[in-house]
Design a protein around this ligand. Structure first.
Ligand SMILES: [Fe+2]
Ligand SMILES: [Fe+2]
Length: 510
């Protein structure tokens, strides 16, 4: 029973260098959201102990029951609301077709002043990511920054990168790095292995240091470890050859919404036209945000709008989604054009916005992690590309999957604070990538790309909006009307191209 989920959990604790006792595992498996619970348990775990005991799980659950008792009058969580379909969890299978693992969004505490709230957000990020670096063999002798002493032996720290500057003549790097005990400057020689991957502000990194015999000189970085994806990782696969279609950036309400191309997609999903035999194998459609074009998103957007009222845009979204077969589960997350506020993580569409959507739609937060027949998917709209692309030399909107790799290395979707991606000051950083997905999908770039990194499939899902004048100005050339169709038993991919009058289906990235 539940062997797939059991393996997930064991692998999850292994990644966090903890061992889960059989009794604890059994108790976790009997809970509704075992992975969410496991994260909380890791947060409560005594740093000195590698064991997750049944008593620890019981104490966390007891805490939940107390909290539940206090909130007995409050409405249920969005993710617990029944959808129009029977709950897949209730179908009694070992691997439910859809299981929500976690939504990134959590309400920021109301009473906190902003500075304090952001302090809590960064403390949570640091704790969550430094836990992944704890005990790594390549980070020997880990010390808090405040406890660092000049020593001839190799010493390591884990810190959040605050500033990055180059020395004027030789272009070596000087980093300012911080943990919860202090701040330190580090020297990274140009061309050293540690300098291979550019550092990004606010990412959490492990450093192996070498002290100079001259105590006036700042420690030198010998090597760098990022939280990253473990090199060897058991891939999760569905036991049945069912498929999921990945789309993004519909921009309903825009004058340049591609209605003919959308019509071809609807025909395909109804089993008509070329490749139609594949349609019957599809269970879900995932849409990675920018469901509508919104209003007031960029200067003089009204000139690009066919529907100027945002509520009407969502009603039209409902009509367009009804054109797809109702047996499909349509999973949607919002993007920066959606009417849920720009700060990330974004909540799911409000009940008012969902009113016009068909009952087979599951509206989740941005980002969200869920399992489809045992395969773990993380869907994130990708607004942070606007900050990461300028910060990473050589990165471009034409190849967002290269930036997505970097997200996995950092285990964070949007680290940079104070850029174009506003961050919500929640007490939990919902943009940390944990647990690791088997597939990461983003949109926002309006291009189409497929790659993989250490066994994680990376999809930059295509758009259903033709080029706007605003994009022309910003030199973004869209690759619209593609669908990425993934077989969850093999992760084999087909690219569906609806951009021409005759739909084409090709194996691979097209
Ligand atoms: Fe978009
Ligand atoms: Fe976007």
């Amino acid at each position: 029973m539940q062997s797939g989920l059991r393996d997930h959990l064991v692998a999850y604790f292994e990644e966090h260098r903890t061992l889960v006792e059989a009794g604890a595992l059994q108790l976790l498996l009997s809970e509704r959201q075992p992975l969410v619970l496991s994260q909380e348990i890791l947060e409560r775990l005594d740093p000195g102990s590698p064991f997750v005991t049944r008593e620890l799980v019981e104490s966390v659950l007891a805490g939940h029951r107390t909290a539940l008792g206090a909130a007995v009058q409050s409405p249920p969580q969005r993710s617990d609301l029944p959808s129009g379909r029977p709950s897949p969890e209730a179908e009694g299978t070992d691997l439910p077709i859809f299981r929500l693992i976690q939504e990134g969004f959590s309400e920021p505490p109301k009473q906190h002043v902003p500075l304090q709230a952001y302090g809590n957000l960064f403390r949570h990020r640091f704790a969550a990511l430094s836990r992944l670096l704890k005990g790594r063999p390549d980070l020997p002798n880990q010390r808090p920054i405040a406890g660092l002493r000049s020593s001839p032996e190799a010493t390591s720290i884990v810190g959040m990168v605050r500033t990055i500057r180059e020395t004027p003549q030789k272009h070596h790097l000087i980093l300012t790095v911080e943990d919860d005990t202090g701040v330190i400057e580090l020297f990274v020689p140009k061309d050293s292995p540690g300098a291979l991957l550019p550092f990004l502000p606010d990412e959490v990194v492990g450093f192996k240091l070498k002290f100079s015999s001259d105590p006036e000189r700042i420690p030198r970085v010998e090597s760098v470890e990022r939280p990253d994806v473990p090199a060897r990782r058991a891939a999760r696969r569905s036991p049945t050859a069912r498929r999921t279609l990945f789309l993004s950036d519909l921009h309903i309400g825009s004058k340049t919404f591609l209605r003919d191309e959308w019509g071809r997609l609807a025909d395909f999903l109804r089993g008509q036209g070329p490749g139609g035999e594949l349609a019957g194998t599809i269970d879900q459609v995932v849409v990675a945000g920018d469901l509508v074009d919104g209003i007031g998103i960029y200067p003089r957007q009204e000139r690009d709008l066919a529907i100027a009222d945002v509520a009407e845009q969502y009603e039209e979204l409902g009509r367009r989604l009804r054109e797809l077969p109702e047996r499909l589960t349509i999973i949607v997350v919002p993007g920066n054009h959606d009417a849920v506020g720009p700060a990330e993580p974004q909540p799911a569409l409000s009940p008012a916005l969902q009113r016009g959507l068909p009952p087979n739609v599951r509206a989740l937060a941005n980002p969200s992690t869920f399992s489809l027949s045992g395969v773990v998917v993380e869907a994130y709209h990708g607004r942070s590309l606007d900050d990461l692309i300028p910060a990473i030399p050589g990165a471009s909107y034409a190849r967002p999957t290269a930036v997505m790799k970097r997200m996995l290395q950092m285990r964070h979707l949007a680290p940079i604070y104070g850029g174009r991606t506003p961050l919500l000051p929640s007490a939990r950083d919902g943009l940390v990538v944990d647990p690791l997905p088997d597939l990461l999908v983003t949109g926002h770039a309006h291009t189409y790309g497929v790659d993989q990194y250490r066994g994680v499939l990376l999809l930059s899902a295509s758009t259903w909006q033709a080029e706007t004048e605003y994009q022309r100005m910003r030199n973004i050339t869209p690759v619209p009307a593609r669908g990425a169709l993934v077989d969850l038993s093999t992760m084999e991919l087909h690219t569906l191209d609806f951009s021409r009058p005759t739909t084409t289906v090709v194996r691979g990235a097209g």
